[in-house]
Design a protein around this ligand. Structure first.
Ligand code: S3P
Length: 445
C-alpha cells in the first residue's frame, strides 16, 4: 500500500532520550471538526492551534472546493467564513481526502444533507477502509451513497429531505457517531445515536459551543433537526495521540524527565494515561485548565520501570489511536502484557495489530498475535529494519522503539507521519532522540 508515498525511511540511532519541555501539534480530531463545522456554520470561526498535518489540510482543501473561504494567518491560525447549512456549492471535481478516515466519514455525513452530489476519494490505505458503517445509517436516514462494495470512493448524492434516526451503533466509533450527528443537523425531527462504549466527544462539545441543542446521557446523544451552527472561536489542544510518542520514549529511557505542554486531557481521550499508570508509569498531570471547551494540562513524564499485565478492554475506545505506542511500552515492560478488544485496530490506516506484531518480532520481541489483540513479552529491542505499512502511528512507534534498541533501526516508508505529526523528528530531537531520514533507494513508480 501507499506506493505513491513510499521512499522515505527513518534511520534511528539508539541514544539517550533525556530532558526537555516540548509542545506537541494540535489535535487532529478537533482540527478537522473546526473546519467542517465552521464551514457550514453561520459567521466566522477562528481556529488557533490548528494542526497543519496533511489529513487536516485535505479537509481544508475539500471545504474550499465547496465554496468555503479559509483565511490562513499562519500554519496554525485560520479563520473560516461559514457559508451556513445550505451554502456549500458543488465541487468541480472529486474531493481527495488523502489518508484521512475522519475527513471521509464526517464529510459524508455532512454531504448527506446537501443538495448536490460529490465524490470522495482517498489514497491506497483509505481506499481499503470500511465505509459501510456510515453508509448503512445514513442510507436509513434517506441519503443515497454509492461505494465500491462498502469502500471508497464514495459518491454522496445529496438531495435533501433526510429523516431522523434512532441508531444503536454496532461499533464504538466517534467517526460514525459524528457522521450521523452531522446528518442529523439536516433531518426533520429528533435523531439519537447510542454508542456501545464511550468515544471521543469533540463533535458534541463543538456543537454545543456553536449553539446546537443537544443532549447526551448514558451513551446516547440526541438532537432535534434541523438546526444551524453559529461560528465560534476554537482553541485546539495539543494532541494526546501525538504526545504519546515522546511520552513512551521518555518512559522507556534510562534517565528521562520531560514535560509536554498543553496536551488535551478530555476524559474520552485519556485511556493511554490510565493504561500506562497501571503499568507503573510516572506521569504527572500538572496545571490542568480549560482551553475553550477542551481540558488541557502539562504532562511530566519520567523514566519508569514498567510492568506488564492485562490491559483493561474497557479502556480501548479511550485510547484507540495509542495502541501502537503502548505496544512499544509493553515490549520493554517486565513480564507479559495482554491486549484484547482491539479488533478495530485491524481497520485503521494499516492493520495495526499485524504491522506492530511484525515489526516488534523483527526487533527481537516475542509477540503472540490474537484475533483481537496481542500478547507481548517484555524484552530488549535489537536493531534491524521494520515496515511501517505506510501507517503514521506505526512509523512513529518504531522510531520510539529505535531510541532504546541495541543497534540502529530503519523504519521503512514513513512519509505518512506528516498526516498527523509534522515536525515529529524535530520534537523528538529536542529531547535527545537521533532520527534521520534515509532514502530506501527503491523506485516505486
Ligand atoms: C477519530 C476517531 C477514531 C480515531 C481517529 C480519529 C475522530 O476513529 O481512530 O484517528 O476524529 O473521530 P473511530 O472513531 O472510527 O475509532
Amino acid at each position: 500500500m501507499s506506493q505513491d508515498r513510499s521512499g522515505i525511511d527513518f534511520l534511528i540511532e539508539p541514544g539517550p532520550v533525556g530532558r526537555g519541555v516540548i509542545d506537541v501539534p494540535g489535535d487532529k480530531s478537533v482540527s478537522h471538526r473546526a473546519l467542517l463545522l465552521g464551514g457550514i456554520a453561520e459567521g466566522e470561526t477562528e481556529i488557533r492551534g490548528f494542526l497543519p498535518g496533511e489529513d487536516c489540510l485535505a479537509t481544508l482543501g475539500a471545504m474550499r472546493a465547496m465554496g468555503v473561504a479559509v483565511e490562513v494567518h499562519s500554519a496554525t491560525h485560520l479563520t473560516v467564513t461559514g457559508v451556513g447549512p445550505n451554502g456549500l456549492t458543488a465541487p468541480d471535481g472529486d474531493l481527495d481526502l488523502g489518508n484521512s478516515g475522519t475527513a471521509m466519514r464526517l464529510m459524508t455525513g455532512m454531504l448527506a444533507g446537501q443538495r448536490f452530489a460529490a465524490t470522495l476519494t482517498g489514497d491506497a490505505s483509505l481506499s481499503e477502509r470500511p465505509m459501510a458503517r456510515i453508509i448503512r445509517p445514513l442510507t436509513a436516514m434517506g441519503a443515497r451513497i454509492d461505494s465500491r462494495d462498502g469502500k471508497p470512493p464514495l459518491t454522496v448524492h445529496g438531495g435533501g429531505g433526510l429523516r431522523p434516526i434512532d441508531y444503536p451503533m454496532p461499533v464504538a466509533s466517534a467517526q460514525v457517531k459524528s457522521a450521523i450527528l452531522l446528518a442529523a443537523l439536516y433531518a426533520d425531527g429528533r435523531s439519537s445515536v447510542t454508542e456501545p462504549a464511550v468515544t471521543r466527544d469533540h463533535t458534541e462539545r463543538m456543537f454545543r459551543t456553536m449553539g446546537v441543542e443537544l443532549s447526551s446521557d448514558a451513551g446516547t446523544v440526541s438532537l432535534p433537526g434541523p438546526q444551524t451552527l453559529t461560528g465560534t472561536a476554537v482553541h485546539v489542544p495539543g494532541d494526546i495521540s501525538s504526545a504519546v510518542f515522546p511520552m513512551v520514549a521518555a518512559l522507556i529511557a534510562e534517565d528521562a524527565d520531560i514535560t509536554l505542554k498543553g496536551v488535551g486531557i478530555n476524559p474520552t481521550r485519556t485511556g493511554a494515561l490510565d493504561i500506562l499508570a497501571a503499568m507503573g508509569a510516572q506521569i504527572d498531570v500538572l496545571n490542568p485548565r480549560e482551553l475553550g471547551t477542551e481540558p488541557v494540562a502539562d504532562l511530566r513524564v519520567r523514566s519508569s520501570e514498567l510492568v506488564g499485565g492485562a490491559v483493561d478492554p474497557a479502556l480501548v475506545s479511550l485510547a484507540i489511536d495509542e495502541f501502537p505506542a503502548l505496544f512499544v511500552a509493553a515490549a520493554t515492560a517486565r513480564g507479559k502484557t495482554v491486549f484484547s478488544g482491539l479488533e478495530e485496530l485491524r481497520v485503521k490506516e494499516s492493520d495495526r495489530i499485524a504491522t506492530m506484531a511484525g515489526g516488534l518480532t523483527r526487533l527481537g520481541i516475542r509477540v503472540e498475535e490474537t484475533a483481537d489483540g496481542a500478547v507481548i513479552h517484555g524484552g530488549g529491542f535489537g536493531g534491524g529494519e521494520v515496515e511501517s505499512g505506510g501507517d503514521h502511528r506505526v512509523a512513529m512507534s518504531f522510531a520510539v522503539a529505535g531510541t532504546r534498541a541495541n543497534a540502529g533501526v530503519r523504519v521503512r516508508d514513513v512519509a505518512a507521519v506528516d498526516t498527523s505529526f509534522p515536525g515529529f523528528r524535530d520534537v523528538m530531537g529536542s529531547i535527545g532522540a537521533r532520527i534521520a531520514l534515509g532514502d530506501d533507494g527503491v523506485d516505486d513508480r
